[in-house]
Design a protein around this ligand. Sequence first.
Ligand SMILES: [Zn+2]
Length: 320
Amino acid sequence: VAADCELTSGDFFPFPISLDFGQLRYTTIKGSINSLSLYWRGNNIGMLKVFDVFEIDRLQVSEQLFGTTNMSHVGVRDFVQRRGPLIGGKVCLFTDFVGSISSRYDTPDCVKKNIQKRSWKTVIGFATRNVPHRGHEYLLRNYQNQADGMLIQPTLAQKKPGQYTETAIRTAFKYLIQSTLGSEKYVLSFLPARSLNAGPREALLQAVIRRNYGCSHFIIGRDHSGFGGFYGQYEAQELAAKYANRLGIKIIAAREPFYCGICNRISSDEMCDHLTTKPSNITRLSSSAIRSAQRCNIDVPDHVFDLDLQSALSHVQLFY
Ligand SMILES: [Zn+2]
């Protein structure tokens, strides 16, 4: 998977899902691993039947997955510093856990049934790890006519200081659908997954996940799942184009939305050329800049972040 985006079965797969163990813990249980109990938030939720325990060259694999071995990349650092072997095997989840989790996070079957019920033949998947700003709203409106419907599926990542809370993301998207977009063409669902910050490879993984949730299309935007300028602006879209006939889902390559003061609306370089000709009139829509402002209680203007949405979030804890 790391080298060629391919499983031993020959199927396409862009990013290995591995269980890192750490050298210390591995040494204490070495020789006795046939199966492992899996815990989530303190509850035993299933088993891992162990097929394989193996070492990898973490720097080499980092280069393949993240495109760099630079330790200032948070994904690389996390991956390299874990050390120790990886464990491969078959995950078996207990049915009561699957039942309990599906009430908070829809399973693929549940989402696919919903799509079927609406008789949608084509569905565009949209993913983000942020509370939506005007740019997200623009993408959701701009592409809705290209399919029967859209699946908005924000990723609820692990709790990290400075990141939006799960409650904030849930509240914001529910507000957006109920008050702005309408539920006729949009289905909302949430995906629990950690952020890998792996840029292009992660974008492809997100596409494959949305395919498995019943989407026919997936939007990849500018610097999708990127981190700190390590990837080219549209590198994820280029990698998606390379694997276009193996992904099993069509990619919509979205240009970066920005606010143009001359056109007085959210635009993109396909809509106007003011980003290059009149750059001083352009406001870039950056989630990290918006988060910084909100953390310091600095007002974010309505053309960047919907003021009514800000009010809807006023009673919610925004950040971890
Ligand atoms: Zn313009």
